[in-house]
Design a binder for this molecule. Structure first.
Ligand SMILES: NC(=O)C1=CN([C@@H]2O[C@H](COP(=O)(O)OP(=O)(O)OC[C@H]3O[C@@H](n4cnc5c(N)ncnc54)[C@H](O)[C@@H]3O)[C@@H](O)[C@H]2O)C=CC1
Ligand SMILES: O=C(CO)COP(=O)(O)O
Length: 333
């Protein structure tokens, strides 16, 4: 069945998800806040800044007017960076005239409040205007999805019917969706893997090898799970697509923005210059600070997150942070 879907956020991930939905026969409205970019999408059918080698289907329509983009849609998919979720959600709730299924595919924790993205959406969009909130997450680089490379991700919601609905609108022969009811686990896995990806990049930039990477990913997953479980997540979620699955892709791929930023840190470049040169969101930087503060509040031991926090925010060198991690007291696994 054909549905009308507004995709909010015309970066690499929003554009790739719009491509999948359009291919699946839906009416797709891609909303962005840059007039020139939306004109490019509508006239040249490209979005070169974010997906340089991709031609977009003519069915994907770019919108700069949010009211028009969300008018009478069945689904609103948020794919802006985490730091923009609250402001965009506020605008949506002031303009929405009928309830919609609210989906998000963003991966991070809000600064200061430390909230997950679905919590922000639940605060900003009144119950009367949302049928359900669904989280879309898993190992999925936009560049590969746009090339129709095989990808599997998770659709998570407390509302099982809504999770299945989202599974149905996205599924096709290269994009496979599994449902999950553990929203906390799926969102915590998604947000926290970005921190470990920065660390994997740092190790690469410093010249460390595969043993170091495997150590970081394994012990990183242990602390992701610890923090997630302290909020009520199911520990098994972290061995699923939005846990170890996403950790693998993001720590081993040159597509990863977080990994690339970490790699440049390892090579000795300064963080502001790195973020400037990326031109895309590197969620792991803000999420490291949120997770560091959250772990301290909760009394959860997160030594790798603390080490990356020290490098990003405390002027500790990466080599010093690694030495500190490696020379802590011996522990039981
Ligand atoms: N790129 C990827 O492969 C994947 C990204 N994600 C997540 O998706 C989210 C978006 O990431 P990307 O698409 O990579 O980011 P991006 O940096 O490629 O694009 C972000 C887009 O959001 C727009 N934007 C920023 N603030 C805005 C605002 N206030 N109002 C309207 N538009 C605004 C930007 O102009 C840009 O078009 C992030 O949370 C990321 O972790 C999740 C899975 C895969
Ligand atoms: O979440 C992502 C892939 O699943 C994208 O984030 P990165 O680009 O940092 O890997």
């Amino acid at each position: 069945m054909k549905h009308s879907i507004a995709v909010l956020g015309a970066g690499s991930w929003g554009t790739s998800l719009a491509l999948v939905l359009e291919e699946n026969g839906h009416d797709v409205r891609l909303w962005g806040n840059h007039v020139e970019q939306m004109r490019e999408i509508n006239e040249a059918h490209t979005n070169k800044r974010y997906l340089p080698d991709v031609t977009l289907a003519a069915g994907i329509k770019g919108y700069t007017d949010l009211a028009e983009a969300i008018k009478d849609v069945d689904v609103i998919l948020f794919v802006v960076p985490t730091k923009a979720i609250r402001s965009v959600a506020k605008q949506v709730s002031s303009l929405l005239t009928k309830p919609a299924i609210i989906v998000h595919a963003s991966k991070g924790l809000e600064q200061d409040t430390h909230k997950r993205v679905s919590e922000i959406l639940a605060e900003e969009i009144p119950v009367a205007l949302r049928e359900a909130i669904v989280v879309l997450s898993g190992p999925s680089h936009a560049e590969e999805v746009a090339n129709k490379d095989i990808t599997t991700i998770t659709s998570a919601s407390e509302n099982e019917a809504a999770a299945k609905f989202v599974q149905d609108i996205f599924m096709n022969d290269y994009f496979r969706i599994y449902t999950n009811s553990d929203v906390i686990g799926v969102e915590m896995g998604a947000a926290l893997k970005n921190i470990i990806a920065v660390g994997a990049g740092v190790l690469h930039g410093l010249g460390y090898g595969d043993n170091a990477k495997a150590a970081l990913m394994t012990r990183g997953l242990a602390e992701i799970s610890r923090l997630g479980v302290s909020f009520g997540a199911n520990p098994l979620t972290f061995i699923g697509l939005s846990g170890v699955g996403d950790l693998i892709v993001t720590c081993t791929s040159v597509h990863s923005r977080n990994w690339r930023a970490g790699d440049m840190i390892g090579q000795g470049k300064a963080l502001p210059e790195i973020l400037e040169s990326m031109g895309m969101i590197v969620e792991g930087v803000a999420t490291t600070k949120a997770a560091y503060e959250l772990a301290a509040e909760k009394g959860v031991d997160m030594p790798i997150t603390n080490a990356i926090y020290d490098v990003l925010y405390q002027d500790v060198t990466a080599r010093e942070a690694i030495l500190h991690l490696m020379t802590r007291d011996g522990k039981s696994e």
